[in-house]
Write a protein that binds this ligand. Structure first.
Ligand code: 4AD
Ligand code: MG
Length: 463
């Protein structure tokens, strides 16, 4: 018989239908003469209840084996459930236990575990309700990302993970080869130990696919990346990972306004999609994690984001300087306490802050006419802080060369990037959305390590 997903049975199953399911036992209740097991296959938050009658072949040994955590296949008939909170259950006709889980040692017994504890069993934690809901919502977010861009004719481009450039110029690069090739003359290449220096020079894990996305946008107009990025920043916070996923759209013939409009429409689309497709999981987060996530999501979908300039933001924040650990003044970068103050307290919705001082932003951002600010924009979200960082790019060759030099970088290293300004340059813009911060925002999860299956952060990467 064809195996069915538990979510489909819970939604559409009718009494008298024969079904086969496969999954892991979440709980077992022995009621003397019969027993209930609840089975979960990851397709939904809800378990399917299975009734085991004493008449089943080898009932006693079955009961011993079907503990929490064991893997089973059940074939039986659907019947209307007497139990509360469930419409339908399975009357088992045959049960096969694939693998037992010793109740003495299996760490996920039926009780609530702290997220800290669950991080120590990263290989098992996806079997819990909360992490299960997170990873289903994460999947829905990813689907919504592709849907949004594909519907608008954006090309998904695959930018490299190993690169030779530091896109953000912040020096937060993981080096791929530990061997500096610069001192070795080119003619001696054959002598070089390629196991130490594979690329004939320093190479890094990418911090952003933006520069390569710009290359592709200059051919395809509208593109986006969606892939892993890496930052060797020693930030042991609940918002930073050493390995995180980023979505980076890049649009030719687009300015800062167009960029902000797209980013706002994009976030609205993802929230709408997740509310529609994951209502049970979102309800779970609202009840168990943060009782404002659904209201927040509705707010994102229906209210316009606030838009202010950096200069206006500083003026607003200076009024509350007394309460900040780091008081603000024009020219300083916003800390997460300031970002959250704006989004959480002042506006109570996402805020798009634009036109930051040139000194605190990356070399590629377009210099404004005032020559003090650049056409940058960050989206600040309540509880998260910066969730999106973007800008209109500097499309003027001479200005870009000056900016690169001013930041102590070598224009020769970026010859190919500068070529984009030599041959058919156009105004263009894009942004990066931190995917894990988005999932955190969506679910209300407090720590970014709990929204990615295998978190990497300083001094922790278990396997
Ligand atoms: O603001 P960032 O550094 O911008 C860029 O990388 C640009 N090249 C993007 C672009 O214009 N194409 O990073 C973008 C976003 C941040 O707003 C944040 O959400 C996320 O990436 N991010 C991180 N997320 C988790 N852990 C970290 N260490 C992160 N660093 C940045
Ligand atoms: Mg940023």
């Amino acid at each position: 018989m064809m195996k069915r997903r538990i979510i489909d049975i819970l939604r559409h199953g009718q009494p008298d239908e024969s079904v086969t399911i496969q999954g892991w036992v979440r709980t077992k209740r022995d009621l003397k003469g019969f027993a209930f097991i609840e089975v979960n296959d990851g397709s939904s938050l809800a378990n399917l209840q299975v009734v085991l009658n004493a008449e089943l072949p080898e009932y006693e040994s079955l009961l011993k084996q079907a503990n929490t955590g064991s893997s089973v296949e059940v074939t039986g008939k659907l019947v209307a459930s007497q139990g509360k909170g469930q419409r339908i259950e399975v009357q088992a006709q045959s049960v096969k236990v694939y693998g037992e889980a010793d109740p003495e040692t299996y760490p996920l017994q039926k009780k609530r575990h702290s997220f800290e504890f669950l991080r120590t069993i990263g290989h098992l934690r996806s079997r819990t309700n909360s992490l299960g809901a997170v990873f289903r919502v994460r999947n829905a977010c990813a689907t919504a990302v592709h849907q949004f861009f594909q519907e608008r004719g954006f090309l998904w481009v695959h930018t490299p993970i190993i690169t030779r450039n530091d896109c953000e110029g912040a020096g937060e690069l993981f080096t791929v080869t530990g061997f500096d090739f610069k001192d070795i003359p080119r003619t001696e290449t054959q002598e070089v130990d390629f196991s130490k220096d594979f690329f004939g020079g320093k190479a890094y894990l990418t911090v952003s696919g933006q520069l390569e996305a710009e290359v592709m946008a200059m051919a395809f107009s509208n593109v986006y990346t969606f892939g892993p990025t890496f930052r060797a920043e020693n930030s042991n916070t609940s918002r930073h990972l050493a390995e995180f996923w980023m979505i980076e759209p890049e649009m030719a013939f687009c300015d800062l306004q167009g960029n902000m409009d797209l980013a706002e429409a994009f976030l609205k689309h993802i929230f709408r999609y997740v509310l529609e497709t994951c209502p049970e999981d979102m309800e779970f987060f609202n009840q168990r994690i943060d009782n404002s996530v659904i209201a927040t999501a509705e707010n994102i979908i229906h209210k316009e984001f606030e838009r202010i300039t950096y200069t206006e933001a500083i003026a607003l924040l200076e009024k509350s300087n007394a309460q900040f650990e780091y008081p603000v003044k024009w020219g300083l970068d916003l800390q997460s306490e300031h970002e959250r103050y704006l989004a959480e307290h002042l506006f109570k919705k996402p805020v798009i802050v634009s036109d930051y001082p040139v000194e605190i932003k990356a070399f590629y951002m377009r210099l404004n006419d005032d020559e003090k600010t650049v056409a940058a924009m960050d989206i600040l979200a309540p509880k998260i802080g910066e969730i999106v960082g973007g800008s209109q790019r500097e499309e003027r060759l001479d200005v870009l060369e000056q900016r690169i030099q001013a930041q102590g970088m070598n224009p020769a290293d970026l010859w190919w990037y500068l070529d984009l300004r030599r041959y058919g340059t156009v105004p263009h813009a894009g942004f990066g959305l931190g995917f894990e911060r988005l999932v955190q925002f969506m679910t209300g999860m407090g720590n970014i390590r709990d929204v990615i299956p295998f978190p990497r952060s300083p001094l922790s990467a278990e396997f």
